[in-house]
Design a protein. Structure first.
Lengths: 192, 192
DNA sequence: GCCATAATTCAACAACCGTTGAATAGGCGC
DNA sequence: GCGCCTATTCAACGGTTGTTGAATTATGGC
């Protein structure tokens, strides 16, 4: 067993804990993931996780923390032609969920059993990202359209990365986008 | 406190336990729901739940147990016109997830943190229901189409009943179906 | 009315959970 | 090289979990 006290050499354990936490939350969701499992994966005592992040919630917030520039993303999406907006939005989202230990997958998995995670997902769809994009399109039923876009994107994420249904889970991005892109496009700009 | 031993009168506690279990699994998913909470909701000791169902898994299986005649449903869907198949499938699914303590919602919520529940969802999509329906349509890429139908239906269920995003969560079924039906139809029979 | 059987509770188990406080050991500025 | 700060572990806490075995009480067939 490792002795008490500080270890020799420079310290990179904080990053190791965060990496283990991201993997655990993405694999099991907030409730089912455990501090002790994260600590063990990072070769560290559970109390050290508390020392760095204060609580399990604090660890979750740090692990999920969005490195995404939402404003920049929205500007970039609005720059291109409107009739490919659906595919470009779906492409960006697909790249996020395909990342290993994806925070988006962690958030979705957590929303099933944790109310705060569910609240975060709600706000991303109905306030922070999708709804803001739809609001610039000058279409009727904007709020409903935003949630419909959400259904298609979230459904894709759940079946591809949470449940893992083949052949969707292993399909190349271009194949998935050829089907899903037009759906998102119709929800964004299609006739009622 | 209630005394030990059998209670007077006819016994309906087994059904009370099942009802409490369905509500608990639909509200929190397999992992987060607890035997003791279910027992308490049914005004019963936790050991009685074990006596009736053997284990938490057994209780889950009994609570989820499909009262749906899959073969009959598929026959009925195939009876109508093919060009409204998408809407009719979506309508049936929407009615299932809108039911209180819906087993489908319980299954989806559980799939986020429990591998066995995820396996059940996988099989419903890729073997038992959707894939069998698509197989009768004589279209290319049948297996992929089945999973795409799944993405739209599951996404609708997650946003409407698990995450609860407005205005979708409170939208009237006809409004939702007017948008989602055509999407499912395109995945079923649309050109590649 | 006896008796097997079923319904029901109680008490305890070992395992795990998030969290706390104290102890120890190394890095680093002075 | 002394001393403060930070990194780190240990041991324990109260709580919850699924599960077990024994004890208690009512029902239903004979």
């Amino acid at each position: 067993m490792s002795p008490s006290g500080r270890r020799p050499g420079t310290t990179r354990t904080r990053e190791a804990i965060l990496a283990a936490a991201r993997a655990a939350f993405a694999a099991r969701g907030y409730t089912a993931a455990s501090l002790r499992q994260v600590a063990s994966d990072a070769d560290v005592d559970a109390a050290l996780v508390m020392h760095y992040f204060g609580s399990k919630r604090g660890l979750f917030a740090a692990a999920i923390g969005m490195p995404v520039d939402v404003d920049g993303l929205l500007d970039q999406l609005r720059d291109g032609p409107v009739d490919t907006l659906g595919e470009r939005l779906a492409r960006f989202y697909l790249r996020m969920i395909d990342a290993p230990s994806s925070p988006v997958v962690a958030l979705l998995r957590s929303a099933a059993s944790d109310d705060e995670a569910a609240r975060m997902v709600r706000e991303f769809i109905s306030q922070e990202v999708i709804a803001r994009l739809v609001d610039t399109l000058d279409v009727p039923d904007a709020a409903l359209r935003a949630t419909l876009v959400g259904t298609q994107l979230v459904g894709m994420a759940v079946l591809r990365r949470v449940v893992g249904v083949e052949p969707l889970a292993s399909a190349r991005p271009e194949v998935v986008l050829a089907w899903v892109g037009p759906t998102v496009q119709r929800y964004l700009t299609g006739a009622v």
